[in-house]
Design a protein around this ligand. Sequence first.
Ligand SMILES: *[C@@H]1O[C@H](CO)[C@@H](O)[C@H](O)[C@H]1NC(C)=O
Ligand SMILES: *[C@@H]1O[C@H](CO)[C@@H](O)[C@H](O)[C@H]1NC(C)=O
Ligand SMILES: *[C@@H]1O[C@H](CO)[C@@H](O)[C@H](O)[C@H]1NC(C)=O
Ligand SMILES: *[C@@H]1O[C@H](CO)[C@@H](O)[C@H](O)[C@H]1NC(C)=O
Ligand SMILES: *[C@@H]1O[C@H](CO)[C@@H](O)[C@H](O)[C@H]1NC(C)=O
Ligand SMILES: [Ca+2]
Ligand SMILES: [Ca+2]
Ligand SMILES: [Ca+2]
Length: 534
Amino acid sequence: MGLRTGFYLYLLILFSKASCKKGVKCGGILAPSSGGNISSPNFPGLYPYSVDCSWLIVVSEGSSVLLTFHHFELEYHSDCAYDYVKIYNGVSEDEGNLLGKFCGDAAPPRFSSSWNIMSVIFHSDRHVADTGFLVEYRKDTCGGVLTGLSGVITSPGYPLEYSNNAECLWTIQVSNRSVITLVFLDVQLENNEGCNFDYIALFDGPTVQHRHIGNYCGNERPPNTVSTSNQLLIVFRSDFNIGGRGFKAHYYSAECQQVLNGISGNFTSPSYPNIYPNNMKCHWSLHLPPGYRIKLFFPLIELEDRNTLTDFCDFDSVAVYDGQSETDVLLGRWCGSESPPPLTSRGNKLLVVLNTDRTVAFKGFSASYMGVVPVNVSCTRSEFQIQIPQQALPQLERESVYLGNPSCSAQMTQTSYKILARFLNCGTAGQKRQNITMLVNTLYIDFSSGKQQSIQEYEVQCDAQRKVASVSIISPEDRMRMNELARLAEESRSLESAQRAKPEAHETSDFVFISVCVLAVILMLIAVVWLVLL
Ligand SMILES: *[C@@H]1O[C@H](CO)[C@@H](O)[C@H](O)[C@H]1NC(C)=O
Ligand SMILES: *[C@@H]1O[C@H](CO)[C@@H](O)[C@H](O)[C@H]1NC(C)=O
Ligand SMILES: *[C@@H]1O[C@H](CO)[C@@H](O)[C@H](O)[C@H]1NC(C)=O
Ligand SMILES: *[C@@H]1O[C@H](CO)[C@@H](O)[C@H](O)[C@H]1NC(C)=O
Ligand SMILES: *[C@@H]1O[C@H](CO)[C@@H](O)[C@H](O)[C@H]1NC(C)=O
Ligand SMILES: [Ca+2]
Ligand SMILES: [Ca+2]
Ligand SMILES: [Ca+2]
């Protein structure tokens, strides 16, 4: 309670500061019991130049604010850089709350706040004025027009018993080319056959004239629903007696609920690289064909920092689960600018969940992933042996899998692609890794189809002395890092050679090593032949 009083005091101070600055009096704090109208200064005459007005509408906790514009005529600019109205779902200091910026004569659509505070900002510059705007605001105890990427809908007072004679209409509206997924988590209403006492009714569109999906009551949870357009209507009604706990549902727009099936791909937080919206929960499900594992990278993360009191990512976070749901193993949860290490799934599915709270937003994240084929590699002193189960690579020609160069392509066996590649034939090269010289080559798997080029590269390594091999996928990030290292090495080498004219020490030593290997093999063969002859 103390916190909340403090918050309102803070708002009051903000607003007294704002309203003292300018000559024209406008804006203020409104705490309506039902509703009212706001208009630009001097409405319906021309609004004055150089004004900044800020209205904060605060209603009782548990209610929301609905805005309906009746008139809208502002100077037009394609980015609304001159005169504009901005609407915030909460306080206007927080860009994560921005619902939209408007100008010209395109009136903003109807908006509801996600909670009990909403702000309207009006700005005009020093030239060209118009008649301005008139907007009606209304306090809703339930229902409204929801425009967020995701959100929660509950019956009034949930989880306490809902009131009798309630009537609530929620219209969910997402961007034009998107659709809505609605998932009910809990339902407990008065039950009767036909569901016409207390009920939830769903319509596939903005009005009751659109396709009726169904009426639900009792403990019957409506099925998970995906709209056919960008709008969905939810109606809740109760009659004059007997109630229940009510219901709770989540909705997601398609931008916030993605399933990715490509062998590799990229995705970002909503609005990236602009500020992400507050108050949302988004899912990305990576789902690859069986046999693949998934490697996931986050080149950039910029979220709200950890809670310094608990040291957890309590505010905003990105979490990764090793499977398809939040009940699967959590691989980690990150926030702030902590950068997760590359993650690899155990199966062919990964789930990424972004949660943001009601205040303070940043840039978000960018992520890229790639399906990793299970490559079984082993080596002797003279060759690599590589095997890839066929079920992991549906419909690839054997020529699409090769080591070093296309002349070392795979053979097909009953169950796998198989490469036996002598070091000398397939361009395997020696490289110093820490103390030991490793024999290194690149395995190419060409998934390209038609115009879309897609080649995966795996680095295979062999410690020929100990006959130990390993393999790892080379991601675009690795490739960039390797190029960078190669460039640095090149630079330092040319510097060195400028100082002391004595290059190419490395190559010679590697060449000597391989030659020694080959010699050893030949000697062994001679020994064997000799033994047999004896
Ligand atoms: C707000 O203005 C509109 C249009 O003039 C009017 O119909 C409506 O009754 C007004 N609302 C209130 C609460 O005054
Ligand atoms: C959405 O569609 C409507 C009607 O087709 C159109 O008027 C509007 O400009 C579109 N909005 C966006 C953001 O594309
Ligand atoms: C993902 O992003 C990287 C780096 O920006 C780019 O090289 C790659 O082509 C992208 N991949 C896809 C599938 O869009
Ligand atoms: C890799 O190949 C070896 C030898 O063929 C086999 O024993 C092993 O089970 C294979 N490992 C996997 C993961 O397929
Ligand atoms: C390098 O080799 C020396 C001697 O064989 C060993 O003591 C040392 O631990 C090795 N260093 C690394 C990084 O492997
Ligand atoms: Ca102007
Ligand atoms: Ca009832
Ligand atoms: Ca936040």
